[in-house]
Structure formats: C-alpha cells, structure tokens
Ligand binder design. Structure first.
Ligand SMILES: Cc1cc2nc3c(=O)[nH]c(=O)nc-3n(C[C@H](O)[C@H](O)[C@H](O)COP(=O)(O)OP(=O)(O)OC[C@H]3O[C@@H](n4cnc5c(N)ncnc54)[C@H](O)[C@@H]3O)c2cc1C
Length: 401
C-alpha cells in the first residue's frame, strides 16, 4: 500500500530500518522463519525483547507514563510493518499486550509499580489461565475456585490449553470466588506466581508435534490476597477487557504480508514441470486475492488504531472483526504454501526446534516449516475465542442485544 509519509515519518522509517539492520541478527531472523508454531520459543523472543527494551521500543502501544515510546499512530504502523517485513520474532503478547493493559487500568498502584517494569523488560514471562476442561467458548462456566483464607486465597482446579505455561513464571487467571445469579458473577482476576507449591504442569502436544500448550493443575495453591486485581467478583469485566487487546491489539497485516511474500518467493523457485509454480493461474489468482484481503485488513487496522488514544481498548466489535479476519488469512496463507510445495509437503519434519537441528534437514529453509505451520495454523480460529464466537459477538453488537 502506498501511503505518503511526512518527512519526519520517513526519517523514522529510515531509523527503524537502520536499527533492524544493526540489531536483528541473521540467526534471530532464521529462528523466527523456522518457527512453525504461533509463539516462538522464549530463547528467541526474549533475546529480541531485550534488544528492543534497551532501545526503549519494547512496548509501542503503551502510554509514555508506563514506559511506552510516545509514538504517533503512523510511527507505530511503520515500526510494526518494518519489523514484520524484516522477519523479527513477535514478542510474547501475554504480558505486553494482554495483562499489561489490565494492570494499567484496574491494578493497584503497588501492582503497577511491581509488575509493569518487569513486563516491559522481559523479566517476567506470562501465561493465560482462562480456559478449563468444559469451559472454553462458555468461559463463564469456569469452576477453578479461589477460597479466601486469611491473607491468602487457596486455589483448586485446572486450566487447559495454557500456552507456554512450561516457560512462564507468572499466570493471570480467572478464578471463581463466589456464585451469583449469573455465571459471570463471582469470577475474580488473579496474578499468580507459577512457582507456588501445588502447581503442576502437563504438556499437550499439538497436531504439528509442538509442545506449546499445557494443562495446569492447582492443588491447594496459596495465592496472596494482594494478587487479586481490582474488586473480588468483578473479574469477568477485566477478563473481557483483556480479550479486546488479545483479539484486536496487534497490527497483524505486516506479518501476514511478510508471510505471503515468502510464499510468493517459494512459488517462483518451485517448478511444476518446466514452469515455476507461480505461473499456475490458480496459484497466481490466490496470491492476488489474499494480498487484496491483507490490504483491506490493513485499512481496518489503521482505521481502528487512529480512532484510539494510546493504550485504549479497541472495543468488542473491532477486536472480534480483526481477530476473525487475521486468523482466516493466516490459514489461507498456510494452505497456499502447502499447495506450492506439492509433493515436497510429504517430507514433513517433526523434529523441533527446526532452527537448532544438528543433522541436515530434508528440505531447504523456506520449505522446511511449511507443513508444520499449516497444521499449527488450525489453532488461529480457535484460540482467543473461536470464529463462531467472534461472529456471535459482532452479530450481537450489530443487533444491539
Ligand atoms: C493452540 C491453542 C492455544 C491456546 N492457548 C490458550 C491459553 O494460553 N490460555 C487459555 O486460557 N486458553 C487457551 N486456548 C483455549 C481456547 O481459548 C479455547 O480452545 C477456545 O476458546 C475454544 O474453547 P474449547 O476448546 O473448549 O471449544 P468449545 O467451546 O467446546 O467449542 C467447540 C466448537 O463448538 C463451537 N461453539 C461453542 N459454543 C458455540 C456457540 N455458542 N455458538 C456457535 N458455536 C459454538 C466452537 O466454535 C467450536 O467450533 C488455546 C487453544 C489453542 C488451540
């Protein structure tokens, strides 16, 4: 897309590119390119996080008072696009983009002083304790209970599909502290130290063979009462506020564009007989269709971003719309990549992490993670709320119920 930037914005773009040339090392770029799962491993993301933190660029969407860089919408857009096109690993969003805004808005001053600097620097690594066996789309039916006992709450129950719980030292969690007329009543929002006695973690391998998600068990876990965010029983509202940032807080179009370019490059190299696969009208048409859809998503992202103050929540309607379109496009790109690969897709490489393989791989770097990415990308329309749930939220907002 061709935007006319001001002279200052062009200077910022040049500064960002120079920074990326200097600091985004080839091994970081390669590790990201070879990461099939939705989240890169912390040994990759935290290295990049610390580099951005030193530059003061770790949290582009945060208000300046909490350590954000004070960028305009155009600067944020430039930064997101340039880092995506350069192949930088996306930072773990669970602290920076998800629980950070909740602590800023609903946390106590003591919680803000303690947690926000640690999120900004990457010292703390967070996971999300929302879903439970039997409580996914119907999240408000959750049953993991926190019972007040003097200065602590005692937690019993289980969370499931907890991304990177095995790496995290902190979890934000929705827990039941009471029962009311509606199932949304009596839910509270807690910040939990995952090294607390009584927490155990069981890995779940996803369809692509990755260990990304887990089931987490709580057995009489004592959580200090000062780790409750806001008011007891009001966690459902805070939890939904967080979901707006989870669903609509990223500029996904830059990363989608980078992924599509990678498929296009592969389609130039791969041959179908004598012809490059790119010459196949079906492939060329699909590339163009997806590119147009990315343009449309980008315009929507810019429209939403430019209507918000820094740090403001995007709103339920916009966040569901962005999540729905972004996740469908992720899957469309991953499907097209498999089609370009043809029979090479049979050489699926289940060993992980791909960037640390010692023996020679079966395929070149650009083709190596394609099938695993395709399999892992099935999750995009599930996590953060399924596509059916996003459509439901938008329909209700439109009809006004
Ligand atoms: C890779 C991955 C990572 C995840 N990471 C996390 C995490 O870190 N933390 C966390 O808390 N959770 C996480 N999740 C869980 C995720 O949020 C849930 O899987 C999701 O909300 C769906 O819930 P469910 O799996 O219980 O499916 P269900 O709710 O049982 O849904 C099953 C099917 O029924 C449909 N359905 C359900 N209700 C309705 C309805 N009312 N109308 C129409 N259709 C409906 C759904 O759309 C879906 O197709 C993750 C999931 C995945 C796959």
């Amino acid at each position: 897309m061709d935007f006319s930037f001001t002279a200052d914005e062009r200077a910022f773009q040049a500064e960002t590119r120079a920074f990326l040339d200097a600091k985004l090392t080839p091994d970081l770029r390669r590790a990201q390119a070879l990461t099939p799962s939705v989240f890169a491993e912390p040994d990759v993301t935290l290295r990049w996080h610390r580099i951005l933190f030193e530059q003061g660029w770790a949290a582009p969407a945060w208000p300046e008072e909490f350590g954000g860089p004070g960028w305009s919408v155009a600067q944020r857009y430039i930064f997101e696009v340039e880092t995506a096109l350069a192949g930088a690993p996306p930072l773990n969003p669970l602290g920076l983009r998800m629980v950070g805004p909740v602590i800023m808005k609903f946390g106590s001053p003591a919680q803000q002083r303690f947690y926000l600097p640690r999120i900004l620097s990457g010292e703390d690594y967070w996971c999300q304790g929302y879903s439970e066996p039997g409580s996914g789309s119907d999240l408000a039916s959750l049953r993991t209970r926190a019972v007040r006992d003097g200065t602590h709450y005692v937690v019993n129950g289980s969370k499931i599909w907890t991304t990177h719980a095995h790496h995290a030292n902190r979890m934000f969690a929705l827990l039941r502290t009471g029962d009311g007329p509606r199932k949304q009543d009596g839910i509270s929002f807690f910040l939990i130290d995952t090294s607390s006695p009584g927490i155990s973690i069981r890995p779940i391998l996803t369809i692509g063979g990755d260990h990304e998600v887990n089931q987490v068990f709580f057995d009489d876990v004592r959580v200090p009462a000062e780790n409750l965010v806001g008011r007891e029983g009001h966690g459902w509202g805070y939890g939904k506020y967080l979901l707006e940032f989870e669903r609509g807080g990223a500029m996904a179009s830059g990363r989608l564009r980078a992924a599509l370019r990678a498929v296009e490059t592969m389609a130039r190299r791969y041959r179908d007989g004598e012809e490059p696969v790119l010459g196949d009208p079906d492939v060329a048409t699909r590339l163009s269709e997806i590119e147009i859809d990315i343009d449309a998503l980008e315009m929507t992202e810019l429209r939403v971003m430019s209507s918000l103050q820094t740090g403001q929540n995007p709103g339920a309607m916009s966040s569901s719309l962005l999540k729905l379109r972004g996740s469908e496009l992720q899957q469309a790109i991953s499907r097209l990549a498999v089609a370009v690969l043809g029979t090479d897709a049979l050489f699926f490489e289940p060993r992980r992490p791909l960037y640390a393989l010692n023996e020679p791989a079966l395929l070149p770097d650009d083709a190596l993670p394609v099938v695993a990415k395709y399999l892992d990308a099935r999750a995009y329309t599930i996590f953060g709320g399924t596509s059916e749930i996003q459509r439901d939220i938008m329909a209700k907002a439109l009809i006004g119920i």
